[in-house]
Design a protein. Structure first.
Length: 163
């Protein structure tokens, strides 16, 4: 009569995340103002440093990250009509890197300054409009694309300039 035996194992309820609902709701609201400003300040400081001729490789990298995020958010539908601005900003950063290799100093040419100012304005507006979920997805996609060494960034399934 093995079917009549009582289980001796203690009951352990399945663990639950008490913040699951709050996290799910937070993913669909824009980032907090403080986080938005943190994202924006670094890029603007980097642009100012490069404009003044006091920029470093890190400043160019900060701008590259901002331009890549801007492009990915545009691809996801946050300001899709402004995708060409983000691409122009990326190309300006690439020119900045080429200039640094050629001259040994980090700086920007006139068209690059204009393109980056416009692209950073787009980036600021996207940071205000994007939800936390969209921003997180864009960052994950940026890391995924960066791990593939064949290209700088991929725009709408078309390969961009080789690295």
């Amino acid at each position: 009569m093995p079917g009549n035996k009582r289980k001796r194992k203690a009951y352990r309820p399945k663990p639950m995340n008490p913040d699951a609902i709050a996290n799910a709701l937070a993913a669909h609201v824009p980032m907090e103002m403080g986080k938005q400003q943190d994202v924006q300040i670094v890029a603007h400081q980097s642009l100012t440093a490069l404009e003044s001729g006091m920029g470093t490789e890190f400043d160019a990298e900060h701008l590259a990250v901002a331009m890549n995020l801007s492009m990915l958010l545009a691809e996801m539908g946050v300001g899709r009509e402004y995708l060409p601005l983000a691409i122009a900003g990326q190309e300006a950063v690439v020119r900045c890197q080429e200039r640094a290799k050629r001259l040994g100093k980090w700086g920007l040419d006139g068209p690059a300054i204009t393109a980056l100012r416009d692209a950073l304005e787009l980036h600021d507006e996207q940071a205000k409009a994007a939800t936390q979920k969209q921003m997180s997805a864009a960052v994950k996609e940026m890391h995924r694309r960066a791990s593939v060494s064949e290209y700088v960034m991929k725009v709408e399934n078309k390969e961009r300039s080789p690295a």
